[in-house]
Design a protein around this ligand. Structure first.
Ligand code: ADP
Ligand code: MG
Length: 641
């Protein structure tokens, strides 16, 4: 680096008198805080529209909002004489008696319009109901133009062109048009979710000038007052909007939540653990009507789901939190996207507990995506067209794909094979279980009515097929057992009632220094779980005792796994969460590995235990433990509908 760069390190400043910042500079600084990207402008403008009582908000963007952002509403408008004031800094109509805590509007800082004016070419058109005429004003950088008569129906239309044209350095920090557009869509969705009574539309003008709709949500009126809107009763306040915004496919996999205390109302939707996403993009939080991004809230979700979801997967969440205004500060961040709760732990714990109890109540439901996936798999494999197509290839005498050939050539052989397989079934097995069978038939009849039905077969040494009153279920025995052990361990731990079994010969396991010491750090917790560890030199551990419930365990595998788990979750501050991870890992060791034939009675016991075990519809890693196929779906597969 040859050029001397002017920075704090080579400062040569002298003491000088304090002066007030020039308005232009102040606006620019504020703009940097409020307007970091086009989506921030969309947020500010839409919030202004909502504050102005609009029932319809139309947004138009071009090039990810870099060249044009236009927000048009049917709110009460801005009077002509107030237009030049609206674009001045700290000018607001929303503070009543100078009380920030009384604010019930999105805005109150009077910073958005001047900041936007300092960032791009701003034009505001507005018409109020009392006036016949509409007026417009232009702001370019630091220059506020004159009022000009214009034409507009009631409301306000604000346009921002050529964002950051005066500050190319800031323009450079923007991402591609596509990514900026995505950010706009995201804030658009969030503001739509929290304002279900308002109609929202988002359109894009492409570089060729064509104009296409990106999203369009019709407003929902709750008391039938607006005949133009879709009307629903209050119970479904958010349901319809959530299904509009997230799409019906996702909505099908959401569970409603409500928790209502004297000082706290939490409502919204959370996804079934078997329905997850690879990013946090589908988690929406609102606090007292504001969309917020809060690490504490996402971490509460993570803890709530930690028992049910695989690492790196995130549930879909839409949560509306309402608390007493004096217990939350929305003025932490210039764009008000962060909040500070007076009693954060109370809110976090409430979220965690509502998640856990909601999931527990839906114990015998798995994601529709799971059974849909199964339907698709069936359809793919046995599609009539495939068979016909393959046949044709076969007949034409060309070289068919080897795999297809097998499946085509063997259509007849397959059924033969099936018959052979059935008739040559192991009679020894049959006979020995016959006495069990009579009793079983009666039992089976009774079991069919239960949620997980009556077991009828055990296949591939791991899957139980059971019949229910209106369909069939395939159960992954290993996954199910893992969850059962896990829940038992948790219960034992809570009741301090774990049965521990001393090893006949204590096992010395060499783990290395780091791994040994992290295990020993958790010695108290392990002791409560019936795992007795002692240091053996610096690098090894002596395993003396294990929880009885685990049965036979390979000590070295077991301790190495636990050390892995603890090292990986070393940065989790929530002790409870860490312990759950460890329990979950222990459960993996205890569960019956697939590979043993179960008797009907054993299968039955497993299903009935599942029905009683909380969260038994997914294993500890969020994989489903069973898949349900309804009779009507089976009929569909056979074209019987
Ligand atoms: P704030 O929203 O914090 O008051 P803004 O700079 O966003 O600050 O807006 C300044 C003022 O302009 C608002 O207080 C409001 O009176 C007026 N205003 C802005 N947008 C609209 C709109 N779409 N409809 C009616 N009034 C508006
Ligand atoms: Mg505002």
């Amino acid at each position: 680096m040859n050029k001397t760069i002017n920075n704090i390190l080579n400062k040569k400043s002298n003491q000088r008198p304090i002066v007030k910042l020039d308005e232009k500079i102040a606006n620019q600084i504020a703009a940097g805080e409020v307007i970091e990207r086009p989506a921030a402008i969309v947020k500010e403008l839409v919030e202004n529209s909502v504050d102005a009582g609009a029932t319809s908000v139309e947004i138009l963007v071009s090039q990810g909002g870099k060249s044009i952002i236009q927000v048009k509403d049917n709110g009460w408008g801005i009077p002509k004489e107030e237009l030049p004031i609206a674009v001045c800094r700290h000018a607001t109509s929303k503070l009543i008696d100078n009380e920030i805590s009384n604010v019930n509007t999105y805005g109150f800082r009077g910073e958005a319009l001047p900041s936007i004016g300092a960032s791009g070419r701003l034009n505001i058109k507005s018409k109020i109901s009392k006036s016949e005429d509409a007026w417009e004003i232009f702001v370019e950088y630091d220059n506020i133009g004159k009022l000009i008569p214009t034409s507009l129906n009631l409301g306000t239309s604000i346009e921002v062109r050529d964002l950051f044209y005066k500050t190319p350095a800031r323009l450079k920090f923007l991402k591609s048009d596509k990514i900026e557009q995505q950010a706009i869509l995201d804030i658009f969705k969030r503001l739509s979710l929290i304002n279900p009574n308002i109609s929202f539309s988002l359109r894009e003008i492409s570089s060729s000038g064509s104009n296409k709709s990106i999203a369009n949500y019709k407003g929902i009126s709750f008391k039938n007052e607006n005949s133009n809107n879709i009307s629903v009763n209050d119970v479904n306040k958010y349901s319809l909007r959530v299904s509009q915004v997230l799409g019906n496919d996702i909505f099908q996999n959401l569970l409603p939540i409500v928790l209502s205390n004297e000082d706290l109302l939490i409502e919204g939707f959370i996804s079934l653990p078997t329905f997850s996403r690879s990013t946090l993009a589908h988690q929406y939080f609102f606090v007292n009507g504001r969309p917020v991004w809060d690490k504490n809230l996402t971490s509460a979700i993570r803890v709530g789901y930690s028992d049910f979801i695989m690492k790196g997967r995130y549930p879909v969440i839409v949560i509306f939190i309402n608390c007493l205004p004096e217990t939350v500060d929305a003025n932490v961040h210039p764009a008000k996207t962060e909040v500070r709760f007076q009693n954060l732990n109370y809110i976090k714990n409430s979220i965690i507990s509502i998640i856990k109890s909601t999931i527990a109540n839906f114990n015998t439901k798995t994601s529709s995506a799971v059974s849909e996936g199964m339907m698709q798999a069936f359809k793919k494999n046995i599609s009539h067209n495939d068979i016909v197509k393959n046949k044709k290839i076969g007949f034409s005498g060309s070289f068919p794909h080897p795999i297809n050939k097998r499946s085509v050539g063997n259509i007849n052989n397959d059924s033969e094979f099936l018959l052979n397989e059935v008739s040559s079934r192991n009679y020894q097995d049959e006979l020995s279980s016959r006495s069990e069978n009579n009793e079983y038939n009666y039992k089976q009849h009774h079991e069919i009515g239960l949620p997980l039905g009556a077991p009828v077969a055990h296949i591939h040494e791991n899957y139980i097929i059971s019949q229910t009153s209106n369909g069939m279920i395939i159960i992954d025995q290993h996954a199910a057992h893992e969850r059962i052990i896990y829940e038992k361990l948790k219960k034992f731990l809570k009741n301090k009632s774990i049965a521990s079994q001393a090893l006949l010969i204590p096992e010395i396991v060499e783990l290395g220094e780091e791994r040994s010491s992290i295990l020993l750090e958790f010695n108290n917790e392990f002791e409560n779980l019936g795992i007795i560890l002692e240091p053996f030199g610096k690098k090894s551990i002596c395993l003396r005792s294990l929880p009885e419930i685990l049965g036979q365990v390979n000590g070295s595998f077991f301790l190495n796994d636990l050390a892995d788990e603890l090292l990986e979750y070393n940065n989790i501050s929530v002790a409870e969460e860490k312990l759950e991870k460890v329990l979950s890992r222990i459960a993996c060791h205890g569960s019956v590995r697939s590979g043993r034939k179960l008797t009907v009675t054993e299968m039955s016991v497993l299903l009935r235990t599942m029905e009683e075990t909380p969260y038994s519809n997914q294993c500890n890693h969020g994989r489903p433990t069973f898949i349900e196929l309804k009779l009507k779906d089976i009929e569909k597969l056979f074209n019987r509908n």
